[in-house]
Unconditional design. Structure first.
Length: 131
């Protein structure tokens, strides 16, 4: 019998996007709240930009980084199909964190991403020690 594939526990990860408030997001992305846009992913009668279109990729990318770091630490290929490779995910999150006000700049974004990676690696280490 083979062991089940380990999974990171996402509910135990402190994601940088957890700190995002609607007020901060509205300040940085008024196109999702107050501005009428002529864009392919608008929603509702006000033609505002879809929150999912803006935040969905950021949320998915954060989780992808956790999976990549977790399985890399275990020496395994991730069974979860990630949308981007590590470098492109870091680049995307760096921009997204700045555009949404989660990070004040590139260096701050890099710190947040390193912390995300550290949390995923810590979970993988705990998993290895429990075996």
């Amino acid at each position: 019998m083979t062991d089940p594939v380990p999974q990171p526990t996402l509910s135990e990860i402190g994601f940088p996007s957890d700190a995002l408030t609607l007020g901060t997001f509205r300040h940085h992305r008024p196109d999702c709240f107050d501005l009428t846009v002529d864009h392919w992913d608008v929603e509702g009668p006000r033609n505002r930009l879809s929150l999912e279109a803006v935040l969905g990729g950021l949320i998915d990318c954060e989780r992808d980084l956790v999976y990549m770091a977790f399985y890399r630490e275990l020496g395994m290929n991730s069974p979860v199909k990630c949308g981007l490779d590590w470098d492109n995910a870091v680049e995307a999150l760096t921009l997204d964190y700045q555009c949404t006000g989660i990070a004040t700049g590139e260096h701050h974004a890099a710190e947040l991403i390193r912390n995300l990676e550290t949390q995923a690696v810590a979970q993988a280490v705990r998993y290895q020690r429990s075996r």
